[in-house]
Design a protein around this ligand. Structure first.
Ligand SMILES: [Zn+2]
Length: 435
């Protein structure tokens, strides 16, 4: 019934220790003990006897001290939850009236367009030897576009005492990004079941990081591309009765249920929640890698330490994990060339001005779209021109295309990667314009 993909240390809900035994319980007890033993309080008690004035002063100090403590607690989240709705395109929340996502966006900070790498999913070759998931998933979880075999994922950055959990409503796709989680649920039993388990884990454990992946919306989008021709939603995910709409609305309800349960448990105020998708969706359904609708998702940060009501136009999926790690006070899995940046503007303690930035992912995708367009006519020409064939093979070996994604790290940096791609594109275009 349930597929337990257990990575060491093995811990399932049923086997979880009682609430008092958990590290969280221990930590809470530790905090209380600290407050009980506070010398400041004893000092205040003594001073009370001396004068009303001293009492007032110390009272003020105590208020400031407690304020500071409360502020520090609110600013640094106790846990981070990455909530992924498969295939949710950037405009879907507004267009479909997804109430919970829209409400959370208002309570937190929204990026209307979060760009991701083209959602290619090589099933053989160098990438497939490294990962079972489509390229955008490990990219998101490592926070870099220059992935190597040894590149770490976010859950591997939490220390051994922190509890991490992974829930995906599909059995096999995310096996390779499942490593080192303390708890895993991966089954194609529907989004509802994954959320029920997520809530159960939250109740039992003091979770530091949780990744939830609801698969049904993306799978429903595929039906529009492959389904019967006489239906209004054939080749149109927005069409009447579209399964994509139905599943996106359901995912939104489940998100609402999950947040409500965190509130009921008293675990909402100190949670950092990130809502996004692993890729978007084409109007026609599915996520063809050269379709702009596939490249863009919504991205919301909400909760502890996050500014309310801020809206920005652009972020990149490689920014998500560096930002999460920054908020949680842990080292990010990747830094340096290829890695994303911390989105400082989401912090309530910061002014909301976003730094101007180069839009690497938009540039890379647009160049590659151009390349795949040229490639069609180039392949035509190569069929009847042996010399051109050789030339084309050379370009294909040089350009950092999605087929060569596992070699992108050889570019050294994203600007050099873009430079190389543009040089190849210029040469291709020039050669194709010659008779
Ligand atoms: Zn997907």
């Amino acid at each position: 019934m349930f597929a337990w993909m257990l990575s060491p240390p093995v811990l399932a809900v049923a086997e979880a220790k009682s609430a008092d035994d958990t590290r969280g319980g221990g930590l809470r007890k530790g905090k209380e003990a600290l407050i009980n033993r506070s010398p400041l309080q004893e000092e205040i008690m003594k001073c009370l006897a001396y004068s009303r004035f001293v009492y007032m002063l110390l009272g003020m100090v105590l208020v400031l001290f407690l304020d500071g403590a409360v502020y520090a607690q609110a600013a640094k989240p106790s846990r981070a939850i990455l909530f992924v709705i498969d295939g949710l395109r950037s405009e879907a929340p507004e267009r479909l009236g997804l109430k919970n996502i829209q409400r959370l966006a208002k309570q937190g900070t929204l990026y209307r367009k979060a760009y991701l790498v083209m959602p290619a999913h090589p099933k053989s070759g160098a990438w497939a030897e490294m990962h079972t998931a489509s390229i955008p998933n490990p990219v998101m979880l490592s926070g870099t576009l220059l992935i190597r075999r040894q590149t770490r994922l976010v859950q591997e950055m939490f220390d051994n005492k922190a509890f991490t959990a992974h829930l995906a409503s599909t059995r096999n796709a995310y096996r390779s990004v499942n490593r080192r989680f303390n708890f895993s649920y991966m089954d194609s039993n529907g989004d509802e079941s994954a959320i029920d388990w997520a809530i159960a884990v939250m109740e039992k454990e003091d979770v530091a990081f949780m990744r939830i992946h609801l698969q049904a919306t993306g799978s429903a989008g595929k039906l529009s591309a492959s389904g019967q021709a006489n239906l209004p939603w054939k080749n149109n995910i927005w069409g009447e009765g579209s399964p994509y709409i139905e599943k996106a609305k359901r995912a939104d309800e489940l998100l609402g249920k999950f947040v409500q349960s965190l509130e009921d448990m008293g675990k909402w105020e100190d949670t950092l929640l990130i809502v996004t998708a692993d890729h978007g969706q084409a109007d026609e359904g599915n996520h063809p890698m050269d379709n702009e609708g596939s490249w863009i998702t919504p991205l919301i940060f909400v909760g502890a330490g996050i500014a309310r009501g801020r809206v920005y136009e652009y972020a990149e999926h490689i920014d998500i994990i560096p930002t999460l790690c920054h908020m949680m006070g842990i080292e990010p899995p990747s830094s340096g060339p290829g890695a994303g940046t911390v989105l400082e503007e989401i912090k309530e303690s910061n002014p909301g001005t976003a730094k101007s930035r180069r839009q690497f992912l938009r540039e890379i995708n647009e160049d590659l779209k151009h390349y795949y367009d040229l490639l069609e006519s180039a392949e035509h020409r190569a069929m009847k021109d042996a010399e051109f064939r050789q030339q084309l093979d050379q370009w294909q070996a040089e350009i950092y295309s999605m087929e060569r994604f596992s070699a992108w790290h050889k570019a050294g940096s994203l600007s050099r990667l873009i430079e190389t791609n543009r040089r190849v594109l210029r040469n291709m275009q020039a050669a194709l314009s010659m008779p």
